[in-house]
Design a protein around this ligand. Structure first.
Ligand code: ADP
Length: 591
């Protein structure tokens, strides 16, 4: 699963709110648009009717009743003047139309022009309606002005009740159209904001209701933008925190479905990053004790905890579970935090084993000493033939106790960093010769053939000569010990890589009893022996290889054991080559 693939609940809530608000804006925008359009039209029409009635009132005296023909030149001019005057005050186009549709006067044409030359208006819908019903109205694009216009026509009747003419006023819809345009713009912007373009704003058009609506939308968008930014920042911080945590974190809903898991938890459970969200946790992690813990926490809604060990990996996890006060089934209900305590438990085991081993190792010679001392006290002391071998055994066991304690002390000193390794160039030929000289008497006694295969140009290594001597002595001592009489022991060396960055590899090989492959990595543990009885019989403490490993690693080196061909063991050490120019300037890490 991706680190945190699902949207946080808070973000989800915000986005739902945003969606709802956006939908609201759209619906409200549409409704506002429609109602404003209707309102404006009604308002315009009312104004238009009043103005037309006023115009009719003032133009009526200028119209000769029953005259179907265009008026005379003088009358026409006077009618035109009056129409233009009314048009100026009424902010509308004023047209006077004869019953046959001839235009008698029109405020939009110059005074000098002949209105009767204008297109016959008989077929205009508002004129037809006015002639038949007394009043007529129509909204369309004017042929004369080219502007969308709302027309209102009023039939003028003479004293006899017969129609005289039709007075028509036309109000251009430019204001209304610009307001509707503004609203449409608002609707478009609102739609974009709803679509996620939170930076969009309405260019505030006017100071009227439309302007106020635009202002409100802008304010709301500002708030949404800042809220979303805040939520996004919170989310980013939360994700960063969760992703960088060493502890595993897992969030479940009330049904035990996985809502979220951080990368540490994925690693602990060996899960690939992928979308496991929404899966039941017992399908994702198949572990009985964990499943029981989840069930118990979800059922009791109380915090809990425990410790589990994962199957093949052997990882030990301490779990702390806390619950939230969730309301819904799909909300975060329980948070599980996992601490990897594998190393801690392993250390505890090593410590316990060590204490048990030390007690055992010390008790064996002590029991022996005590037994022989009691035998001496019981009378053997007065029998010199018995007393002497008993005393020799006591002395040997005391030596052994001493040896174990010395090795233990040395190990604990290296481990606690009290031993400071020197870092000087060490000539390996000299070092190996001195170590060989120490074990030669016992090797000779067992008639071993010891050979040395070192290239003459082997570079010096960097380290502590005395400690490295101890490493070689321990390895050679073991080779002699664990090889039956008349065996072969070979010491070889070679350079690996360039001097400066390279290493020297030393190998102590024997034709002895060998070490089974399964025991090989463990022989470097304290007190680990392949054959306990044989080791004790040969005077071993079980600490020699542990000391070797500590010293080698303290020199930034490595040590391991392989099987020798056809039998026996090969202990291999790699140590860094000394850098000639500043050989003593680089301190070595302390074990
Ligand atoms: P010990 O004092 O018992 O020799 P070490 O730590 O030196 O303790 O070695 C641990 C164990 O590793 C030994 O008990 C022995 O079983 C095995 N071992 C070490 N070196 C050899 C070797 N050269 N051949 C066979 N077994 C070995």
């Amino acid at each position: 699963m991706t680190p945190l693939p699902k949207l946080s609940i808070r973000l989800k809530a915000t986005l739902s709110a945003l969606l709802a608000v956006s939908l609201g804006i759209l619906v409200a925008g549409w409704l506002a648009l429609r109602s404003l359009e209707q309102l404006e039209l009604a308002r315009l029409e009312a104004t238009l009717i009043v103005r037309t009635e006023l115009a009719a009132y003032s133009l009526k005296p200028k119209l000769s009743p029953g005259s179907p023909l265009p008026p005379m030149q003088g009358e026409r001019e006077s009618l035109h003047r009056a129409a233009s005057e009314i048009a100026r005050h009424a902010l509308a186009r004023v047209t006077v139309i004869a019953l046959d549709g001839t235009v008698l006067a029109d405020s939009t044409i110059p005074a000098t022009a002949d209105a009767s030359k204008l297109e016959n208006h008989r077929s205009r819908p508002e004129v037809i309606q006015a002639l038949s019903d007394g009043r007529g109205r129509h909204v369309r694009k004017s042929d004369t002005t080219g502007v969308n216009t709302s027309y209102f026509a009023l039939r003028i009747d003479g004293p006899s009740g017969a129609a005289v003419a039709v007075i028509r006023l036309g109000l251009p819809l430019t204001t209304l159209e610009s307001r509707i345009g503004d609203l449409q713009h608002i609707a478009v912007v609102a739609r974009r904001i709803a679509g996620g373009a939170l930076g969009e704003r309405v260019a505030s058009p006017s100071r009227d209701e439309v302007g106020m609506l635009a202002e409100s939308i802008n304010q709301m968008a500002d708030q949404l933008e800042s809220k979303i930014q805040q939520v996004s920042e919170d989310r980013a911080q939360l994700l960063a925190m969760l992703s960088s945590m060493v502890e595993g974190v897992m969030v479940l809903d009330c049904q035990g479905r996985l809502l979220r898991m951080n990368p540490a938890a994925e690693r602990m459970f060996g899960l690939r990053s992928g979308s496991l969200s929404g899966e039941k946790i017992d399908r994702v992690i198949r572990h009985q004790e964990f499943a029981d813990l989840v069930r118990q926490v979800l059922a009791s809604r109380e915090q809990g905890g425990g410790e589990i060990t994962m199957g093949p990996s052997g990882i030990t996890l301490r779990i702390e579970a806390s619950v939230t006060d969730c309301q819904r089934d799909d909300e975060a209900c329980a948070v599980f935090v996992f601490h990897d305590i594998t190393a801690l438990r392993r250390l505890e085991k090593v410590r316990k084993d060590f204490v048990a081993n030390v007690s055992h190792e010390l008790r064996t010679p002590l029991t022996s000493i005590k037994g022989y001392v009691e035998a001496l006290l019981d009378g053997a002391l007065s029998n010199p033939a018995q007393a002497e071998p008993f005393l020799q055994i006591i002395s040997r066991q005391a030596d052994r106790l001493n040896l174990i304690i010395e090795d233990l002390l040395q190990l604990s000193q290296i481990e606690s960093g009290q031993v400071h390794f020197k870092h000087e160039p060490v000539d390996l030929n000299g070092l190996i010769e001195r170590s060989l000289a120490m074990i030669k008497p016992i090797a000779d006694k067992k008639r071993h053939l010891v050979t040395l295969a070192l290239p003459p140009d082997l570079p010096p290594i960097r380290g502590d000569e005395e400690r490295l001597g101890q490493v070689l002595t321990n390895l050679l001592d073991n080779a002699v010990k664990y090889t039956p009489e008349g065996g072969r022991i070979e010491i070889s060396g070679r350079q690996i890589g360039e001097s400066g960055s390279g290493q020297v590899e030393l190998c102590v090989a024997d034709s002895g009893v060998g070490i089974p492959p399964a025991d090989r990595p463990r022989v470097f543990e304290r007190f680990y022996r392949v054959d306990k009885a044989r080791s004790r019989e040969l005077g071993g403490t079980g600490l020699g290889l542990s000391i070797v490993k500590h010293i080698v690693e303290g020199h930034r080196g490595t040590v391991w054991v392989e099987g020798n061909d056809p039998f026996g063991s090969r202990f291999i050490i790699r140590l860094p080559i000394a850098i000639p120019s500043n050989a003593t300037s680089q301190p070595l890490p302390q074990a």
